[in-house]
Write a protein that binds this ligand. Structure first.
Ligand code: ADP
Ligand code: GN1
Ligand code: MG
Length: 370
């Protein structure tokens, strides 16, 4: 089972391999990401301990860490160059884009004695990430930040970024993986997931919705859920987009879609009371306004028309991915309780149903904004 991170023996030696100021004090598991093992490291400092984010990379998910880090270096350097041109205050620039910390040997990754790969990030101070969006202001801010992120990366020089996970949002492949998991029934769970399997099959056509759409390829984030952006503690402004592992070529609709999935419903991703899972019109409006306030200037009419479809597609895709992982015995996403992936799947399907129910009204609203 894929479990959340615990304390790691020997983490002090890992910390020592990076160029950090101050002696190692302690490390604590940090954040609620589903993929890597993330730690907040405290270093001796004055007047208060300094912090750094340390991550043990999930190499079952990211099978080519070298190209992963190559992408990340290019993306972070490009963002930083733009901020350097735009902002006078260095402290401000440090908080508005992630900064990788190199190892003492000058590399982006450290390999520990057990063969695990680690990387370190400058800690973005006085911020928080939100696992759930509860107010339209938060939705607007997070969506604006992801729109701005796309805009900033529209000028990334060639060559094309690597696909860090091939076919990441190619939903027909996700559907095929789901059917394969049903056929294999590795964990003996098919018998208890018949309603979910039937729901997925009845909506298989969703998987093909953007396959033949002639949309421009952009540099997209591809994992725009609400806890992948940091909000300033004081102002509430969404100042820094994080989790850059899946930044690669994609459609704008993928990014908007995952915002719809995670920011237009105030229930948690794993909410078990499905009565709470429905799209909230004012959150949806805030996401659309926030995203388009930054991205509206460069999106083509066809891209604008694809956004709502992206919401249904990505929500359905995530439901398939959670269900597939449940059927495979929970090997991909970190889980915190038995049946966790199945709960997450049910929540996503409930949101798909709600998006279907309100499709006409949401399309009208989106058109009136864009
Ligand atoms: P995962 O891929 O597992 O989701 P993330 O890169 O999103 O990993 O990190 C997990 C969590 O750690 C984030 O949701 C955020 O709360 C926190 N985090 C990550 N990087 C930073 C950073 N540089 N400064 C502050 N918090 C961070
Ligand atoms: C994972 O890493 P994290 O927790 O931000 C996943 C996303 C899913 C998300 C669902 C590389 O994102 O694709 O949308 O969980 N990341 C990867 O919460 O698979
Ligand atoms: Mg994350």
């Amino acid at each position: 089972m894929s479990a959340p991170p615990g304390p790691v023996a020997g983490i002090g030696a890992v910390v020592a391999s990076f160029t950090l100021g101050g002696a190692f004090l302690r490390a604590e598991p940090y954040g609620n990401g589903h993929i890597h093992d993330t730690y907040c490291v405290f270093l001796d400092g004055s007047p208060a301990p300094a912090r750094v984010i340390l991550q043990r990379i999930n190499t079952r998910v990211f099978r080519n860490p070298v190209v992963l880090m190559e992408n990340i270096a290019r993306v972070t350097e490009h963002l930083r160059m733009q901020l350097d041109r735009q902002l006078a205050d260095e402290g401000d620039r440090d908080r508005r884009a992630l900064t990788l910390i190199r190892t003492r040997a000058g590399h982006a990754l450290h390999r520990d004695e057990g063969g695990h790969l680690w990387r370190a990030w400058r800690y973005v101070d006085r911020t928080c990430s939100l696992d759930q969006i509860v107010a339209p202001g938060q939705a607007f801010e997070a969506a604006r930040a992801f729109g701005l992120f796309q805009q900033q990366l529209a000028t990334l020089p060639t060559p094309r970024l690597h696909d860090t996970i091939p076919d990441f949002h190619y939903t027909p492949k996700r559907y095929a993986a789901f059917e394969e998991a049903v056929a294999r029934d590795a964990a003996g769970r098919v018998r208890t997931t018949e309603p979910e399997i039937a729901f997925a099959r009845a909506r298989q056509s969703i998987a093909g919705l953007l396959v033949d759409a002639r949309l421009p390829e952009r540099v997209t984030h591809n994992d725009t859920k609400c806890n992948n952006v940091l909000f300033d503690d004081k102002s509430g402004e969404a100042i820094c987009v994080i989790d850059l592992d899946t930044v690669m070529p994609g459609f704008a609709a993928y990014d908007f879609g995952d915002m719809v999935r995670t920011m237009t419903c105030s229930a948690a991703e794993d909410e078990t009371d499905l009565a709470k899972v429905r799209v909230d019109r004012s959150l949806f409006e805030a996401v659309a306004r926030g995203y388009l306030s930054a991205a509206g200037s460069f999106l083509t009419p066809a891209e604008k028309d694809s956004l709502l479809v992206g919401g249904k597609l990505i929500t359905y895709e995530l439901a398939l991915r959670f269900l597939t992982d449940y059927l495979n015995g929970d090997t991909y996403f970190k889980v915190h309780r038995p049946g966790h992936n199945l709960d997450r799947c049910r929540t996503q399907f409930a949101l798909v149903a709600s998006l279907e129910e309100h499709e006409v009204e949401l399309a009208r609203l989106l058109r009136s904004i864009s």
